[in-house]
Design a protein around this ligand. Structure first.
Ligand SMILES: O=C(O)CCC(=O)C(=O)O
Ligand SMILES: [Fe+2]
Length: 244
């Protein structure tokens, strides 16, 4: 698989569309404003429909799990497997080999209304996370990073979130969202999994997981050979084509 080379990366940095804000934490544009508008509109429609939905996790009560909207097959699958995969394996090679599953959900922080207000310090159940701001204007309520959970805590670094732009980091990166004091912030989170790494090191307990062979590819991102790859996602487009 060809990945973007050093020249592509330095070119993107020069064009100010890629920045390593701290070692291992990268930002770059992912969605256009128009796409963010459409996505927020669909998320609002889903919310207003009153259809049942599951909270993404115990820390996040107001977000939406993207698979419950049917937004994975033609939207997020290609984004993760054809694009994020290429970028993440090049920018964070120590944390992912090849992304082969993911969990996508939104977070919504609202100072004056219902939403969640902050998020406690944690690391993600992911090898690599892409966190994309899809809307809102707000004060406070930013994401602060503290270094890898497996090393000594580093100096805090607050990420500047910009609509349509993503922050890419190792799932192991300790982070939290500070309390929002005004407005709202809406982000799409992609917890990307790389079974090649995860099968050897559980990202939650840092031990080698005990896994059983399965033909299902989405079992929290673990796989064990001989996993039947024919029942998994097909990737029609070669990532080799992306950087010619
Ligand atoms: O508030 C954010 O944007 C970060 C959310 C987050 O870290 C998570 O859901 O894992
Ligand atoms: Fe997180």
């Amino acid at each position: 698989m060809r990945k973007p080379g050093a020249k592509v990366i330095s070119g993107a940095k020069e064009r100010k569309i890629l920045e390593e804000v701290r070692p291992g934490i990268w930002t770059f544009p992912v969605f256009t404003e128009a796409f963010c508008d459409q996505l927020e509109c669909e998320l609002r429609n889903f919310h207003d429909s009153g259809l049942p939905r599951t909270a993404p996790n115990t820390m996040n009560r107001f977000g939406i799990i993207m698979s419950e909207l049917g937004f994975c097959e033609h939207l997020l699958d290609p984004l993760v497997f054809e694009y994020v995969n290429v970028v993440a394996t090049r920018l964070l090679p120590a944390f992912c080999e090849c992304l082969d599953s993911y969990r996508a959900f939104t977070v919504l922080y609202e100072a004056e209304r219902d939403g969640d207000k902050e998020l406690a310090m944690h690391y993600d159940n992911a090898e690599v996370t892409l966190n994309i701001n899809i809307g809102g204007t707000w004060d406070g309520g930013n994401v602060v990073y503290y270094g890898l959970a497996t090393s000594a805590e580093g100096p805090p670094m607050e990420a500047t979130l910009r609509r349509g732009w993503g922050v890419l980091h190792a799932g192991l990166e300790l982070h939290r969202a500070t309390p929002i004091s005004q407005g709202r912030r809406h982000n799409l989170i992609l917890w990307c999994r790389s079974s090649g790494v995860r099968n050897d090191l559980c990202p939650m307990c840092f031990k080698q997981p005990i896994v059983v062979p399965t033909n299902r590819y989405y079992h929290e991102g673990f796989t064990v050979p001989p996993c039947d790859q024919s029942s998994s996602i097909s990737r029609d487009m070669s990532t080799d084509d992306l950087y010619d």
